[in-house]
Design a protein around this ligand. Sequence first.
Ligand SMILES: Cc1cc2nc3c(=O)[nH]c(=O)nc-3n(C[C@H](O)[C@H](O)[C@H](O)COP(=O)(O)OP(=O)(O)OC[C@H]3O[C@@H](n4cnc5c(N)ncnc54)[C@H](O)[C@@H]3O)c2cc1C
Length: 402
Amino acid sequence: MSDLEAFRRETRAWLEANAPKSLAGIPSNDIEGVWGGKKWVFDHPDKKLWLERMAEKGWTAPTWPVEYGGGGLSSAEAKILAQEMKALRLPAPLIGFGLTMIGPTLLRFGNEAQKQEHLPKICRGEIRWCQGYSEPGSGSDLASLQTKAVRDGDHFVINGTKVWTSYADEADWIFALVRNDASGKKQEGITFILIDMDDPGVSVSPILLISGKSPFCETHFKDVRVPVTNVVHEIGAGWTVAKALLGHERTMIADTFGVASTKARARGARGFLPELAASRTGEQDGRLADAVLRDQVAAFEMESRAFALTVQRTKDAARAGHQPGSESSMFKIYGTELNQRRYELMVRILGPDALGWEGPGFDETDLETTRDWLRSRGNTIEGGTSEVQLNIIAKHVLGLPA
Ligand SMILES: Cc1cc2nc3c(=O)[nH]c(=O)nc-3n(C[C@H](O)[C@H](O)[C@H](O)COP(=O)(O)OP(=O)(O)OC[C@H]3O[C@@H](n4cnc5c(N)ncnc54)[C@H](O)[C@@H]3O)c2cc1C
């Protein structure tokens, strides 16, 4: 038996013995997944148990080094773990920006003390992170950011406002871009810094969205004193770190929204759309009765499957240590537009039922579809708009003149 076959057998045996049976089939999406952090309240005790057991094993971050709380697995072993979890229909024990964004960034750019301090807490789900990049007036043109960091001995004193900070009200720490020098090119003089949300002078105010939810906030910094030791990489070299992190973010967004949307995942991912169409618009001879809709659903399912396989290849490469490059921009565009098409199709299938907002006469599917359809409009904005991704592809992939 090869080493990998042995690993597969051991992994399956461990999962069968340790994964709470009650979690089978529960998705690890942004609603039912465990984000962790000091304010996190588990909606099921088995989710806590599952997180603790997997963290103990290092399998919340399977490929991260063991000394930082990871599992130290090779990419091939991590793939087997993912396959075995899928076979048992087990959710990821932990999700969030710690694992997908700041963790990989610290592994690459953080110093030893920063890795020791933050990575194990991410792996154990003890600290929840948010992202402080955008500012009022600095979104696509991120390098124009104005949040000021003034050196005062061993500290930076930070003043300014970040906007659209997803889950800032639930996060414990924020990774932020601040300006320490305004004298040179705008990409210079930016510093990537880690800030404790409990520091005096940090405050957040939620922003209400068209979908009726408030998943993000404005984050204000007023004379916040942050130790210089919290700078990741070098002072003034934050733009390099920021771009690398965006590669991880865009791949994550493409995966989250493009491969299977929140609700579609919750209801069994692929095949959900044809089932919904069949139940709402009827079947004839075992096929969707509406020929145009049938064509649209079939095309969507095929593209969705092809995209999932493509993203899977990138994830495998990431597990093997490959840093996401400009291809993450292609995935981001395709994945988010795919998700928007998914919801356009769902709304079309539901017809007038998709007009519901609340109250009697609309079931859960109707209401969730309407809200998620509205939420999906933001997919092509968050993590950098589609236009900005097209610019990146033109310049860095196709080599076109700026
Ligand atoms: C759901 C959601 C969650 C988010 N979460 C976070 C978060 O956690 N942290 C964070 O820091 N930010 C977050 N953001 C902010 C996001 O990164 C910005 O909204 C995005 O970068 C666009 O910036 P903007 O809103 O300022 O739009 P603008 O930059 O003002 O863009 C307006 C329009 O102009 C177009 N445009 C701008 N520049 C160009 C150009 N050079 N070429 C062609 N077209 C251009 C854009 O494509 C867009 O259509 C989130 C956004 C959303 C929608």
